[in-house]
Design a protein around this ligand. Structure first.
Ligand SMILES: C[S@@+](CC[C@H](N)C(=O)[O-])C[C@H]1O[C@@H](n2cnc3c(N)ncnc32)[C@H](O)[C@@H]1O
Length: 521
């Protein structure tokens, strides 16, 4: 096994050798070193084990001589490979000369970086480059103690990629680009991509990821947060994304996760800075951690972060108490494998830090902003820890469209509008077994956020007939007649429920009905 104890000490492949990178890409594709090829070769259990940083099953599955097995051992499992075996797959001399391979003594060679095949959303064969030992399952203690180590794809990376709004845009900014995965996704739908990082090694690796994936080069800039792009008028983007170093820790040790600012200040700064870096209608989407502080509502803390001129949708996906949180990140850095006294001292330091800041728990979630010209911003802060459908970018986009619609339609306009029930919404009746009437009715989405919401029988009946053909007012009048209610009463009371159903994506506004269709006015 090659020396992976200090991946950041190793020289990186040349980023200015497009010929060598192109040839390497061709060789990787020829050998079917792709996401699908990898899954076929390893089988689902060994593939899944890799994501847990367990390499033994994959090593067992790659004991043969096929080119794909050679490449998996070389680029994913950090195994030195015999020269003649490699020569059957790659131009060894060119790979050594351009820095992708290094001689390890004897007649073996090893990779200088990890290369992980990664399937793009439209079946693109992409490759994510990262430091050795970091392609799969995060660093997990393998060399992660090096301050500037550049990780590959983790769960957070794919979560952000999946929630990002993917409408075609002119410009995109990826802050803290790391391996370049977000920049790579953005290159599909943004004409111009700018990627920044505090760590120059990450920028070099991003250039490699883009080139090896056959994507256009990005504008790479070194520096902290928005500093490398400045605040001039041309430093505005249609899309800003960041999976920032959001970990709230007692001191910056690891650039990829500890932002070096105290508490959740880094996440707050990145959110607050987005307002002046977005074009009108542009989106900013971040993953973040936030403190739950004694005596403060966490929702209020987050509301205060939203910059002026932006709508916001903030979803808390998980909350951990401070002990779970400290243990998670101590393990992430491999601290649990150190001397027990050292581990205890580090653990203590995390708890000291939280105690000093009166932090009781830490929330994790998604922050999406949209720059708007409206005076009254829509700020939705909610907790939704349940499974959702991925990718979710289209759901995020339509959330902002719907809140825009609600803001511009008062109840009279709403009653004249028609709605369409979202796909795969079902109704559940909840009550005692055998009871004639349900205690309450729940509408449940099969798609998107997969929300469930309690409604009364009138709202459930209303949602059930929404196919875009009749106005809300007409439907409510018909329901009033059916249940023996005053139409005016339903017209007064039900719009509030309809608004909630629209905001939550159960109902979509259809084209406005012609005024004549709304017979009751
Ligand atoms: C969690 S990694 C995310 C990498 C990649 N974007 C992804 O989604 O997988 C955070 C990245 O932010 C960078 N970083 C740390 N502090 C930063 C700062 N103050 N400004 C910009 N980038 C920073 C780190 O070097 C690292 O590459």
């Amino acid at each position: 096994m090659g020396d992976v104890s200090s991946p950041v000490a190793a020289p990186l492949p040349a980023a200015d050798r497009p010929d060598a990178t192109r040839d390497l890409r061709a060789a990787l594709l020829e050998a079917e070193f792709t996401a699908d090829g990898l899954l076929d070769l390893l089988g689902a259990p060994a593939y899944a084990a890799l994501a847990r940083s367990e390499t033994v099953p994959a090593l067992r599955a790659t004991r043969g001589e096929r080119p794909l097995e050679t490449l998996v051992r070389l680029f994913l499992l950090q195994q030195p490979v015999a020269r003649d075996r490699l020569a059957a797959v790659l131009d060894v001399a060119a790979c050594v000369e351009s820095g992708w391979l290094r001689e390890t003594g004897g007649d073996e060679l090893a990779a200088t970086v990890d290369v992980r095949p990664y399937g793009g959303p439209d079946g693109e064969d992409w490759f994510i480059v990262s430091d050795l030992g970091c392609a799969v399952g995060g660093a997990g203690g393998i060399g992660s103690r090096d301050e500037g180590v550049v990780l590959g794809v983790g769960g957070a990376s794919t979560t952000l990629a999946a929630i990002t709004v993917r409408t075609p845009v002119g410009s995109a900014l990826d802050i803290g680009t790391g391996s370049g995965i977000q920049a790579l996704h953005a290159s599909r739908h943004a004409t111009r991509v700018t990627a920044t990082d505090l760590n120059s090694r990450a920028l070099h690796i991003t250039a490699l990821t883009l080139a090896l994936s056959g994507a256009p080069a990005a504008d790479l800039r070194e520096g902290s947060l928005y500093e490398p792009v400045g605040d001039a008028d041309d430093a505005r983007y249609d899309l800003v994304v960041s999976n920032p170093p959001f970990v709230i820790s007692p001191g910056a040790r690891l650039t990829y996760r500890d932002g070096g600012m105290s508490g959740d200040d880094l996440c707050r700064s990145i959110v607050q800075g987005a307002g002046e870096h977005l074009n009108e209608g542009g989106y900013a989407q971040f993953l973040a951690n936030w403190q739950h502080v004694e005596g403060e509502e966490w929702t209020e803390r987050l509301r205060s972060w939203v910059p002026r001129g932006c709508d916001a949708w903030i979803v808390q996906r998980e909350v951990q108490d401070i002990t779970q949180y400290a243990e998670l990140w101590l393990r992430d850095a491999g601290d649990h494998r150190t001397d027990p006294a050292e581990y205890a001292a580090r653990y203590d330091a995390w708890l000291d830090e939280f105690e000093a800041r009166k932090v009781k728990a830490v929330g994790f979630g998604w922050i999406s902003l949209r720059r708007t010209a409206h005076d009254e911003p829509s700020i939705v802060v909610e907790e939704w820890p349940h499974p959702v459908e991925q990718p979710l970018g289209e759901v995020v986009r339509s959330h902002f469209e719907r809140v825009d619609w609600l803001r511009t339609h008062d109840d009279a306009a709403l009653l004249q509008s028609s709605f369409v029930l979202a796909a795969e919404v079902v109704q559940e009746q909840v009550g005692l077994p055998g009871a004639e009437d349900p205690e309450h009715v729940v509408l449940r989405q099969g798609r998107g956020m997969r929300r469930a919401t309690k409604v009364d029988t009138v709202a459930a009946g209303f949602a059930g007939v929404c196919d875009g053909s009749l106005s809300a007012g007409t439907i409510l009048d018909a329901i009033a007649q059916l249940v023996g209610e005053e139409p005016v009463l339903l017209r007064d009371q039900v719009p509030a429920q309809i608004r909630t159903l629209v905001e939550q994506g159960f109902l979509d506004p259809a084209a406005p009905a012609a005024p004549a269709a709304d017979t009751a006015g």
